[in-house]
Ligand binder design. Structure first.
Ligand code: SF4
Length: 366
């Protein structure tokens, strides 16, 4: 018996440079698991980076390479998934353009992240079409692979919903009615619409709360990150200065790991045995924060060391990583070429002068 085809997954990341533990816990760790079960396409979305950083694209190439090195370091395996660069697959732009013809402006204006991001990035002029249209570019990124599943965090669910609405609208406008061969044998209806785009499902990534060193969400813009590339002494130093439960002012004060950012790190990265020691020792003031932080640092180093070893192999020879991206982009183009043939046909854009003259020749024989 043959196995059913794997469901297809599409997900992407902006090239923002080296990645931190928040990126790992929020997405990458999940992707590494998904590559075992799904047919995965992971894309570095460099055009998306331009929607907010159009004024200075000078770091784009360096950032793309850094993201790729961290992907490989984290365990994404080019034998198991397709890794590629968005701008190396120009069909994303063509589909984005065609979808822009049918997308009502109101759909884009009501995307919650549109207003939020504009608020958060006040220092940038985001009154551009590119910024308003970025969820549509994202829809094109997904639909062009006919992805079944899109792994997302809570804040991205609205984008997948928009993608589903756009797929539905396209299918309504441009479906073909196809006749079913042998309907009496197959029991299928005589005819039905051929829909170009399946509606993708959002797969909510369970997002563990990963605080940065200042206790706020880990983010480059807060300067509170632990990077996947931080060497052991840097990790230990960052942990030393990490904020703790404010109730533990003195060594003799009792604390609570549930309100301590270091406690949150333990919950994600430490073993059950260590967790038990942390809860017991913190609540009874049996341990000090310095000791507790050194255990958290041990757990982080244990995860980061093998990643950094893997990264080194590619960082020493970036050509290897680049070749993987080029091969992945070529594979992606095969898929997008097939989808775009279907899209052009569905929209009647596959015309040529030859067709016309054949049509006229036929007419003249009537
Ligand atoms: S002992 Fe650990 S969990 Fe408790 S407050 Fe200190 S750092 Fe936080």
């Amino acid at each position: 018996m043959t196995n059913p085809p794997k469901k297809r997954v599409l997900s992407g990341m902006r090239p923002t440079g080296k990645l931190h533990l928040g990126n790992y816990v929020g997405a990458l760790e999940n992707w590494v698991r998904m590559q075992e079960q799904y047919e995965c396409f992971f894309v570095i979305v460099d055009w998306h980076a331009l929607t907010t950083d159009y004024a200075d694209p000078s770091h784009l190439k360096e950032n793309v390479i850094d993201v790729m090195l961290d992907w490989l370091a984290a365990g994404l395996d080019p034998e198991k998934c397709v890794l590629f660069i968005q701008s190396h697959v120009p069909a994303h732009a063509e589909l984005h353009l065609l979808l822009s013809m049918i997308t009502p402006l109101g759909w884009l204006e009501r995307v919650p992240t549109y207003k939020e991001q504009k608020e958060n990035l006040k220092e940038k002029d985001l009154n551009t079409y590119g910024f308003l249209g970025y969820p549509l570019l994202q829809a094109a990124d997904i639909l062009i692979y006919k992805a079944d599943v899109v792994p997302v965090g809570e804040d991205q669910v609205a984008h997948v919903e928009l993608t589903r609405e756009i797929a539905r609208r396209f299918n309504q406008f441009y479906h073909r009615v196809v006749r079913t061969p042998n309907p009496t044998v197959t029991g299928l209806p005589m005819s039905g619409p051929h829909l170009v785009f399946p509606e993708p499902a959002a797969l909510l990534t369970p997002a563990a709360k990963l605080p940065g060193t200042d206790g706020r969400k880990m983010s480059k813009s807060y300067g509170n990150t632990i990077m996947l590339t931080d060497p052991e002494p840097v990790v230990r130093q960052k942990l030393k200065t990490m904020v703790t439960d404010p109730a533990r002012v003195r060594r003799s004060d009792k604390g609570n790991p549930d309100v301590c950012p270091v406690g949150d790190l333990h919950k994600i990265f430490s073993s059950k045995e260590t967790m038990a020691k942390v809860y017991e020792g913190c609540r009874s003031a049996g341990i000090g924060c310095i000791e507790c932080k050194s255990w958290a640092a041990d757990a982080l180093v244990k995860i980061l060391n093998p990643m950094q070893e893997r990264r080194k192999k590619y960082a020493d020879n970036p050509r290897l990583a680049w070749d993987i991206l080029e091969a992945g982009s070529a594979r992606a183009r095969e898929v997008t070429d097939a989808t775009m043939d279907e899209v052009r046909k569905a929209m009647g854009l596959d015309y040529s002068l030859e067709d016309d003259s054949k049509g006229r020749a036929k007419d003249s024989t009537k």
